[in-house]
Design a binder for this molecule. Structure first.
Ligand code: TRP
Length: 335
């Protein structure tokens, strides 16, 4: 059997250049691999932990799905679905909850960070603002992964603990009920670029410093013009290292183009000129994808059809596998 690569895509916020080069681009490339079984899904059950606005939730799922499709996700080879379309996942989530030590969840970084913040702020309750959804986040993630017998999980470093917890939970289940689950491994790609945002910090929606992928042309130009630089005059040699403009270019340009730009930095390119150059370069790359994206956003039925296709393919696997799991646990006909 082919190895399964599976990853969940958060459906909060508008996808930006940092998301694209960090997570999407490698995943889209991998979606064409026929030597593995790629699974990608919109993690919308996870989204309702933080987002309680139904219209926003829906819009966000649409934007994220449209972005992945527009950027060339191969949905014939990869199975692309919405977590909330797979009822087997929440059922498995419950079964796994009954095999998960509460103490394991107490150790989750994201939960601990919340408690620590509450303590620092002298909150009356250290669990202030913590829902059971947030607390159980790692179990739902384990259900996402174990449901499809995934082997490799491409994620950022911040998710490593969740994969380890998944292994813990799966081992406990396997030990008790029989070897049904595959123990997954995190797949961390150190070669992907991490982009800096408008203000020089890591590009992230929590810093509000992102460049969304599919801004209209004028807005894209305006944001690129806003990127912070130092105050070196035109003609003064500039250091490409640590320069946000250069870094963004590097994430898209060919090796030869990057080498050429390095020379222009040395020769003292003006920041205004560099920004205009970067805008034109990025805009030319994004334009055709933006057109597809706009078309998808205007025709949500097309996006929906893709997700339904993915749902049906995913459930071909999850329905019979959950049946086996239920049987192992002792849910089967009495006579
Ligand atoms: N927690 C992941 C993140 O924040 C998203 C996610 C949910 C996920 N379920 C998953 C990733 C399963 C990999 C596998 O990025």
């Amino acid at each position: 059997m082919k190895e399964t690569i599976l990853t969940g895509i958060q459906t909060s916020g508008t996808p930006h250049l940092g998301n694209y080069v960090g997570a999407m681009r490698p995943a889209i490339e991998a979606s064409r691999r026929t030597d593995v079984r790629p699974f990608y899904f919109l993690a919308d059950y996870h989204s309702i932990i933080n987002s309680h606005d139904p219209a926003k939730l829906k819009h966000s799922s649409m934007e994220v799905a449209a972005t992945w499709l527009a950027m060339g996700l191969d949905t014939d080879n990869a199975t692309f679905y919405r977590q909330s379309d797979i009822p087997e996942i929440p059922e498995l989530n419950w079964i796994l909850s009954c095999m998960t030590a509460k103490g394991l969840m107490n150790r989750a970084h994201s939960y601990k960070a919340k408690v620590q913040a509450n303590e620092e702020n002298n909150a009356s309750d250290p669990d202030k603002g913590v829902t059971m959804g947030l607390y159980n986040y790692p179990i739902l993630m384990a259900a996402d992964i174990l449901m499809f017998k995934a082997h490799k999980i491409p994620v950022g470093k911040d998710q490593i603990q969740h994969i380890e917890m998944t292994r813990d939970i799966a081992s406990r289940f396997n030990h008790h009920y029989g070897e049904l689950f595959v123990l997954p491994e995190a797949l961390i790609d150190d070669s992907v670029s991490i982009l800096t945002g408008l203000d020089g910090r890591k590009m992230s929606k929590s810093y509000n410093n992102t460049i969304p992928l599919f801004l209209p042309e004028k807005k894209l130009r305006k944001l690129i013009m806003k990127i912070q630089t130092n105050s070196l005059e035109p003609g003064a040699p500039k250091d490409p290292k640590g320069c946000t403009l250069f870094e963004i270019f590097k994430a898209f340009g060919t090796e030869a183009e990057v080498a050429d730009l390095e020379k222009r930095y040395e020769a003292g390119i003006a920041w205004g000129e560099m920004k205009q150059f970067l805008f034109e370069y990025i805009n030319e790359i994004l334009s055709p994808f933006r057109a597809t994206y706009d078309e998808l956003m205007a025709n949500p039925g097309v996006i929906e059809a893709e997700l339904i296709k993915g749902r049906d393919r995913a459930r071909e696997f999850s329905v019979p596998f959950l049946h086996e799991i239920r049987k192992a646990v002792g849910f089967s006909p009495l006579g």
